[in-house]
Write a protein that binds this ligand. Structure first.
Ligand code: TA6
Length: 315
C-alpha cells in the first residue's frame, strides 16, 4: 500500500566532477587534469612543467624531441625555473660557482600537494575550474657547497580552463641577506615563427645578447623573428605581452613582480649546436617568452619573503 503522504524526494545536486591529480609509478612526475580536459605534466626534476594541453588536446609548450627527461640535465623545453641566477654565473658574486641559470631547474623538488578551486554551482557547470599543485625546494635538498645561503622555495602551478599560472615564493631562512634573480623560462609552441609577432614590448628598451649585450632603444613596433633572437626587455609588470600568429592572438602573458621579459629563439645555427634541441627545424615551432626579474639582484633580508607570478592565457 502506498503511504498517504510520502515525503518529497530530497533534491541532490549531481556530484560535480573534480580535478584529477596523479603521481607516476616512479614518482618522477605529477599530472593534473580538469574535468573539461585540460592537463599539465610536471617533472619533480626541476619542478619543470613539460606539458600543458588545452581541453582540445592542443599542446601549448614546446618540448625538444631530444630533451633529457631522466634528471640527467636541465629540460630543453616546457617551463624550466631559473633561480638564483639568470645566465652564466657572475664571477664577482655569490652565484659564481653555480651552473648557468642556477640550481632550481636541475634539483629534485618535492611535491607538497594540491588544492582545487570551489566547485562551480552555476547550471551546467563542468566542475572545478582550476587545480593548484605545490612543490618545495630548500637548502637542505641541494649541494650547498656552491650556494650556502639558507632558502626555502615554494613553486605553485595552477591549471585553469584557459590559463596556466606559475608562482614562486622565495624565503630567506638564513641570518644574512642575499640577492637572487628568477625567471620562468617558458617555451611556447607556435605554428610558424616567421608568422609570429610579439606585442606589448614596443615601448621597452632591451639588451640584445646577440650583439654583445648592446642596449637598444624601444623598437616602437611588435617583434617579429627572422634570425637568432636573445633579448632582455625591462618594462613594468602591468604591461601585458601578447603572442600572435598571422594577426590572431594566441597567448597573453601577465606578470606580478617580474619586470623583465626575455625573448629567445635560437634560429638555425644555435638550434643545430644544441645537442638536446630537436628536431633541427624545431626552432620554427617555438618561441621563448620568459617572465622574470633578472636585470637586478632581488635582495632578501634575513627572514624576508619574495613572491613573483606569471599567468599564460590561451586565447
Ligand atoms: O633565456 C635565454 C637564454 O639565456 C639564452 O641566452 C640561451 O642560453 C637560453 O637561455 C638557453 O639556455 P640553456 O642554459 O637552457 O641552454
Amino acid at each position: 500500500m502506498e503511504r498517504a503522504k510520502k515525503p518529497a524526494a530530497i533534491p541532490v545536486s549531481p556530484i560535480q566532477p573534480t580535478p584529477q591529480v596523479s603521481i607516476s609509478d616512479d614518482s618522477s612526475r605529477v599530472t593534473a587534469s580538469l574535468p573539461t580536459g585540460e592537463r599539465v605534466d610536471i617533472l619533480l626534476y626541476g619542478a619543470t612543467v613539460i606539458s600543458w594541453k588545452s581541453a582540445n588536446g592542443k599542446e601549448n609548450l614546446f618540448l625538444s624531441s631530444k630533451a633529457s627527461l631522466d634528471g640527467s640535465k636541465a629540460v630543453r623545453g616546457g617551463i624550466p625555473i631559473v633561480f638564483p641566477v639568470f645566465g652564466p654565473p657572475k664571477s664577482d658574486h655569490a652565484t659564481s660557482r653555480l651552473p648557468q641559470h642556477g640550481f632550481a631547474r636541475i634539483s629534485r623538488w618535492e611535491y607538497l600537494g594540491k588544492s582545487s578551486s570551489e566547485s562551480s554551482t552555476l547550471p551546467n557547470s563542468k566542475g572545478d575550474a582550476s587545480v593548484k599543485l605545490d612543490f618545495g625546494l630548500s637548502d637542505s635538498m641541494i649541494d650547498s657547497s656552491n650556494w650556502d645561503y639558507p632558502f626555502n622555495l615554494t613553486y605553485s602551478v595552477t591549471l585553469s580552463q584557459d590559463s596556466l599560472e606559475t608562482s614562486l615564493v622565495v624565503r630567506n631562512t638564513g641570518a644574512s641577506n642575499y640577492g637572487f634573480q628568477v625567471l620562468f623560462h617558458s617555451y611556447l609552441v607556435v605554428d610558424d615563427i616567421t608568422k609570429t609577432t610579439i606585442s606589448g614590448l614596443e615601448e621597452a628598451a632591451f639588451v640584445d645578447k646577440t650583439q654583445g649585450a648592446k642596449e637598444v632603444e624601444p623598437a616602437k613596433k611588435p617583434i617579429s623573428i627572422g634570425s637568432e633572437t636573445d633579448r632582455v626587455y625591462t618594462l613594468p609588470s602591468e604591461n601585458t605581452i601578447t603572442v600572435s600568429e598571422q594577426g590572431t592572438q594566441r597567448y597573453e602573458i601577465t606578470r606580478d613582480m617580474l619586470s623583465d621579459v626575455v625573448v629567445w629563439n635560437p634560429w638555425v645555427e644555435k638550434a643545430k649546436s644544441m645537442a638536446d634541441f630537436g628536431p633541427d627545424e624545431g626552432y620554427k615551432q617555438m618561441v621563448c617568452v620568459e617572465a622574470g626579474s633578472v636585470s637586478v639582484w632581488n635582495t632578501l633580508d634575513a627572514g624576508e619573503t619574495w613572491e613573483g607570478q606569471q599567468r599564460i592565457k590561451v586565447l
